[in-house]
Ligand binder design. Structure first.
Ligand code: NFA
Length: 101
């Protein structure tokens, strides 16, 4: 019996899609207490005290601050959860999402 061994010459490069990422953005307002914003950032976005303070103060001073970047589902879920936390306490606190460039 004859045997022919064929050695592959070209290798197919496996291509994987990278999911598009979305920013969660904290918007400043005049009514939500600073401590409440910090507690939401810590609870929903798992931030430490120092990081949460920095993000809260940046939004307070500049109007907006990027909180974190996630896949679309996670970004939208967390933005909604964080916005709802404010609403349940009667605050106008808002988090939005937008696609990364
Ligand atoms: N500007 C709010 C205040 O002075 C604090 C705040 C910061 C609200 C960031 C929303 C976002 N109490």
């Amino acid at each position: 019996m004859s045997e022919i061994v064929v050695t592959p010459t070209a290798k197919a490069k496996p291509r994987v899609e990278r999911p598009k990422l979305y920013k969660v953005i904290l918007l400043n307002d005049d009514y939500t207490p600073r401590d409440f914003v910090v507690s939401v950032l810590r609870g929903v976005f798992r931030m430490g005290e120092a990081e949460a303070e920095r993000v809260m103060l940046t939004a307070h001073m500049r109007g907006v601050c990027v909180v974190a970047v996630y896949t679309r589902d996670v970004a939208e879920t967390k933005a909604t959860e964080a916005t709802d936390a404010g609403r349940h306490h009667g605050y106008p606190l808002r988090f939005s999402t937008e696609p990364e460039e």
